[in-house]
Design a protein around this ligand. Sequence first.
Ligand SMILES: C[S@@+](CC[C@H](N)C(=O)[O-])C[C@H]1O[C@@H](n2cnc3c(N)ncnc32)[C@H](O)[C@@H]1O
Length: 229
Amino acid sequence: MRLHEVVPWGRNLTEYQQMFTLSESDLGGRILGCGDGPASFNTEMHQLGHDVISIDPIYEFSAAQIRQRVEATYNSIISQVKAQPDEYIWKTFQSPDELGRSRLASMEQFLADYAQGRQAKRYIAAALPKLPMFNDQQFDLCLCSHFLLLYAQQLNAEFHQAALQTLLRVAAEVRIFPLLTLDNQRSPHLAPMIALATQLGKQADIITVEYEFQRGGNQMLRIHTPNDR
Ligand SMILES: C[S@@+](CC[C@H](N)C(=O)[O-])C[C@H]1O[C@@H](n2cnc3c(N)ncnc32)[C@H](O)[C@@H]1O
């Protein structure tokens, strides 16, 4: 992959907990974070003694390269948010500048842990739709924040179907947030993904969550084995 194609913004553990309504029992399982980028989720979970592996194609790059890319995209993203403040709910963050500070703080936490985490194979350079390095059902839970469904124009229906098959191969349960595209429309890939999950004998539920930053983005898709909880 080419780093200049990526907008690497990272969220923190509190945001992941709210986006995915993570319970204590969820936190205690073997978790795969798909497309975690420079989020501090893995770092914070590791510090709490939890078990998370993150995959992202940007993990082929050095800490300096990732930092440079985040800093290069910072002004244009914050300017876009400032130009369209009504597209967002200013509850978790009071202003675009506070949002920016939070994203940079997550990146710093991530970068401080990156070398150690890469060595421990908590950060693995890999890209959906295939994850051949993982065994069947290696994880209890897979979390995918701001990647699948969201990049509906860049990633086509075939990509989404193949990615979901992979995630259900490696994890007992999959949660994806948000259900919207970048222009705040319900993702066209949502219904076909639910249909595929059902066809594979899984239960797919749309769950309203506490987190809402992108206006209308307060729902996640949860796919699991029927009657497992
Ligand atoms: C908007 S960021 C979201 C980061 C993090 N999940 C969060 O919510 O804070 C999207 C991430 O998807 C990653 N990505 C791009 N292509 C990917 C692929 N084929 N498989 C997995 N992740 C990918 C990007 O590198 C980037 O870090």
